[in-house]
Design a protein around this ligand. Structure first.
Ligand code: ZN
Length: 336
């Protein structure tokens, strides 16, 4: 045990040495090299880096601040790298969110691609309303459970890219890798009981999104409603993207999603064909939600061909990843 700890201690020391050494690194210039090219070679390009370099090595220069052959110069810690890390303080940070369940609760901020973006994610139905019901392998498949799992995976993916995410519908299930997801009526609207009546149910989630939206200071806010109950009986992957009438941003988002799905689908399963559509639709949640909103039907849970797409958790993850990619692209488009 003692030797094991000793080994760990040595390992930590070894891991620490390079970072300490780097900040005080001293390097000799190449023949005829000037300060600018010398610094550039070591990825120190800012004005600040230049100043720091002069300060660190004062008295070691030739005429006109030329570098001297055979002299070791100390390199400053890059100011550009330290400023970019302060711009995204969460970068690389590990978080824990119980909502994702025990196997997925830990996540790491992998990028700042969605930093500053804010999302309101709503899975269809929930509580007393299971949504569409399919059947496979002697199991009843409830739309709300599968939509929730995909939505939760989407939340996980968006947060890893630095986004702020609100899960409007929540349950204790966490992300599940099971083929047959157990049905429950325990979903809530961020803790509030979901009412039975359809209008009250939709009004509750819309009001929740709008009240959160009023408090958000983000310049990019998007709401998405995820369903699995299209009427398609086609063998192809049919995905329907709907936006609110007169919503220019909604239309842009829907088209960007379609394009992203099309590209990913052609890359992974070119033989099957993809027929996604974008259109406006008169839906309560689209009309009443204040942030730009997208309503998506990812397939039909009653269709045995579509069911394969939802039963395998890898496919549920892929759908979540594609939606995440679409959001990243839409976010980047608004910044151009
Ligand atoms: Zn539905």
């Amino acid at each position: 045990m003692v030797s094991f700890l000793k080994r760990i201690f040595i390992l930590i020391l070894v891991l620490m040495i390079p970072s300490v050494a780097f900040s005080q690194k001293a390097v000799k210039p190449r023949n005829g090299e000037g300060i600018q090219s010398f610094l550039k070679r070591h990825k120190l390009t800012s004005e600040e880096d230049y100043e720091k370099f002069l300060e660190l090595n004062s008295g070691k220069f030739g005429k006109g601040n030329s570098l001297l052959k055979g002299v070791s110069y100390k390199l400053p810690v890059s100011s550009s790298s330290s400023s970019s890390s302060s711009a995204n303080q969460n970068f690389g940070a590990k978080f824990n969110n119980k909502l994702f369940g025990k196997n997925y609760s830990e996540y790491t901020i992998k990028s700042n691609k969605l930093e500053g973006a804010c999302f309101y994610l709503t899975s269809g139905h929930g509580g007393p309303d299971p949504g569409a019901i399919g059947e496979a392998g002697g199991h009843k498949l409830h739309e709300d459970e599968y939509a929730y799992d995909i939505t939760l995976r989407l939340a996980h993916a968006l947060m890893e890219e630095g986004a702020t995410v609100y899960m409007i519908i929540q349950d204790k299930d966490g992300i599940r890798d099971d083929k047959y997801l157990k049905n429950s009526k325990t979903e809530t609207c961020m803790g509030a009981t979901i009412p039975l009546g359809q209008v009250e149910r939709l009004r509750q989630r819309t009001n929740k999104i709008n009240s959160l939206n009023r408090k958000s200071k983000s310049n990019y806010k998007r709401a998405i409603f995820i369903h699995l109950d299209s009427r398609s009986k086609s063998k192809q992957l049919d995905v329907f993207f709907y936006y609110a009438e007169n919503s220019t941003e909604g239309k842009k988002l829907a088209n960007t999603m379609l394009k992203t799905f099309d590209e990913h689908y052609n890359k992974h399963q070119p033989s099957r064909g993809f027929t996604g559509t974008v259109s406006t639709r008169n839906l309560y949640v689209l009309n009443k939600t204040t942030p730009t909103a997208l309503f998506v039907e990812l397939g039909n849970i009653r269709n045995s061909f579509d069911q394969r797409r939802f039963l395998d958790y890898n496919n549920r993850q892929a759908l979540a990843n594609w939606i995440c990619r679409g959001f990243i692209r839409d976010f980047e488009n608004t910044r151009k």
